[in-house]
Design a protein around this ligand. Structure first.
Ligand code: PMP
Length: 317
């Protein structure tokens, strides 16, 4: 697997600094106790120029994650949105992945994070399709993980916090070591929850079902897009608990996420799903999703924030 491709500049507490200087001390609180919340956002090279997809919703989730963990960010949502755009511009990116991260820095190493300064960084880098270009068309083979997602009132699942990704890493490593692209974890009650970095949708008899937030899922922004687009296309969409065995007998299953976009699942635990390839409803939703993120349809939801100039503006207008 290829490593991270550095860009030029990283935003740190209001300043743009060189990529190689964005370092921290090993005794920073976050290194020991995972005291960080973050976001993963994509900037697409749309046909009207570069634009960030659902920037305001991602920043809102970031500020909510920080709020849950009593981390005063010190920047307004508007300032953070502008900082993301500034970082993309400083790196002259056309399309990229954007990673704002807020964490407890260097001061003391007791568990109590409150004396430690809150640091805010924003990095951007080039990132292609997460589960592979082929996966978007062919689908991926996944397993039901032996690891459960976070139980209620342990680690808050609604916060996108670094600590949650220790659980995600267990799910991901187990899947990879067993020859699968990804794992689907159940919640602590045994109902379907989500992938290590994706929400899950199941299609049964033309109806879409996705687990509710109480099933330990991250309130995915792509999940929200797909629910909305599916309803617009006339499909019924419900948030219901999904028993594990429903996965095997579903007509279609797919993942959603900023990184994974809309990725079909073609088999689970070596049981083929539906026809064993991308299903028609998954394909229809993929098309609708990519038409939006690539700016090929009117941005009626206001999902695209232009980076360099007004998206949709024509020369001379
Ligand atoms: N669940 C988890 C655990 C994730 O890490 C992600 C990626 N942020 C998602 C779901 C999908 O969320 P989104 O669509 O907002 O990227």
């Amino acid at each position: 697997m290829s490593g991270l491709k550095p860009s030029e500049k990283i935003w740190h507490n209001g300043e743009l600094i060189p990529w190689d200087e964005a370092n921290l001390h090993v005794c920073s609180h976050v290194v020991h106790y995972a005291s960080a919340v973050f976001e993963g956002i994509r900037c697409y090279n749309t046909q009207n120029g570069s634009a960030v997809f659902r920037l305001d919703d991602h920043i809102k989730r970031l500020t909510q994650s920080a709020h849950i963990y009593r981390m005063p960010i010190g920047y307004s949502a508007e300032a953070l949105q502008e900082a993301c755009l500034e970082t993309i511009r400083a790196n002259e990116m056309e399309s990229c992945y954007i990673r704002p991260i807020v964490f407890r820095g260097y001061h003391s190493l007791g568990v109590n994070p409150l004396p430690c300064p809150v640091e805010v960084y924003i990095a951007v880098w080039e990132w292609g399709s997460y589960l592979g270009e082929e996966a978007l068309e062919q689908g991926v083979d996944v397993m039901v993980s032996s690891w459960n997602r976070l139980a209620a009132n342990t680690l808050p699942g609604i916060a996108k916090a670094a600590a949650n990704y220790m659980n995600a890493q267990l799910i991901k490593m187990e899947a990879l070591q067993n020859g699968y692209a990804e794992g689907i974890a159940l919640d602590s009650r045994g109902y379907v929850s989500e992938g290590s970095g994706e929400n899950v949708f199941v299609v049964c008899n033309g109806r879409l079902i996705t687990p509710p937030l109480a099933a330990a899922v991250l309130p995915g922004i792509t999940r929200d897009c797909i629910m909305l687009l599916a309803r617009q296309l006339g499909y019924e969409v419900v948030e219901n608990d999904i028993p594990r065995e429903t996965l095997y007998i579903a007509d279609e299953v797919f993942f959603t996420g900023t990184a994974a976009e809309v990725t079909p699942v073609r088999s689970i635990d070596r049981i083929s799903i539906g026809s064993g390839r991308r299903g028609p409803i998954t394909e229809e939703l993929q098309k609708a999703f990519f038409a939006h993120v690539e700016g090929r349809v009117d941005d009626t939801h206001g999902w695209l924030t232009p980076v360099y100039a007004e998206v949709g503006a024509t020369v001379g207008s």
